[in-house]
Write a protein that binds this ligand. Structure first.
Ligand code: NAP
Length: 283
């Protein structure tokens, strides 16, 4: 059984990106990422801190805008408008969730699709549907990169994805279909989840429920990707998959922590650099 070490792969990719950033800087281009966070959500604050640190590690200019929970929607739209116009900023990320009084869809629509490095804008999601993505959504892209760098074949494989969210399950399903996999997407209304999972050559769980995926749901030698990032009763980070048991049956598995998580941030850095290059070619 092989552990798919996302942390190690992420370090490898970051080292490649660092070299790329140095090359861009020699041409006078400094990739820039703006991260907007509204309110006091502690998990969001940690994610934002990690993203800023990752930018610093590879030489991307980053700016974090910490806005008050009670900010008016129009004020937030104004911040985004300014970032759309800011030439130093090539990527804009609005950390979700947003407070209830703010319409998430309106905020996402306000981000210039050319700076939407998180791939939330409908225009960019449409491109994923067509297999023409400019900024591949970060978590699905991170999963595909793990599989590619671990030389795990996707073409012709039966893939089961548990979870149909707009940021993980659905875009990953589209990307895998476009790559030649046969994909089944499961969710909370799925009947016979166990039988469906047992058919998977590659099983991806993106639910948010500790211990959902047990060994009796896994085909011998299947590849198991655990996207879940959950906290157990003691506050320890866990995935959706019963790692100890499932790793006895799987041929390869991602751990939590140290699997998909580090790759997600790395894909964000990659998209920001890509956007800076597009910008340089446009101007
Ligand atoms: P989400 O929007 O809450 O979606 C969860 C999905 O799981 C939904 O489609 C839901 O079905 C389905 N589901 C819920 N209970 C189920 C059950 N008992 N059986 C089968 N399906 C069930 O979550 P998300 O944003 O995609 O995130 C999922 C998990 O991944 C979370 O733990 C999150 O923290 C983690 N995550 C990790 C990364 C990373 O970088 N590692 C990135 C993003 C998310 P319905 O649609 O029917 O409600």
């Amino acid at each position: 059984m092989k552990i798919l070490d996302g942390k190690k792969l992420a370090e490898e990719i970051k080292s490649e990106l660092r070299t790329e950033v140095l090359g861009l800087k020699e041409k006078g281009i400094v990739p820039g990422l703006a991260v907007v966070i509204v309110g006091e959500n502690s998990a969001s604050k940690i994610y934002v801190k990690n993203k800023k640190r990752a930018c610093e590690e590879i030489g991307i200019y980053s700016q974090v805008f910490e806005l008050e929970e009670k900010i008016f929607q129009d004020e937030l739209l104004e911040v985004i408008g300014k970032l759309n116009a800011d030439e130093k900023v090539h990527g804009i990320l609005v950390q979700l969730p947003l407070p209830a009084h703010i319409e998430k869809e309106k905020i996402i629509l306000a981000i210039d699709p050319k700076k939407d490095v998180d791939c939330f804008h409908p225009e960019n999601i449409g491109k994923v549907f067509l297999g023409q993505e400019i900024f591949p959504p970060c978590t699905p892209a991170g999963i595909l990169e793990i599989l590619k760098r671990s030389e795990i074949e996707i073409v012709g494989k039966d893939v089961v994805i548990v979870g149909r969210s707009n940021i993980v399950g659905k875009p990953l399903a589209l990307m895998m279909i476009n790559l030649g996999a046969t994909v089944t997407v499961c969710h909370s209304k799925t009947e016979n989840l166990k039988e469906k999972c047992l058919g998977a050559d590659i099983l991806v769980s993106a639910v948010g429920y500790t211990g959902l995926i047990t060994k009796d749901m896994i085909k011998q030698r299947a590849v198991v990707i655990d996207v879940g990032m959950n906290r157990d009763d003691e506050g320890k980070l866990t995935g959706d998959v019963d790692f100890l048991e499932v790793s006895q049956i799987a041929s390869a598995i991602t751990p939590v922590p140290g699997g998909v998580g580090p790759m997600t941030i790395t894909m964000l850095l990659k998209n920001t650099i890509k956007s800076a290059k597009f910008y340089a070619n446009r101007s």
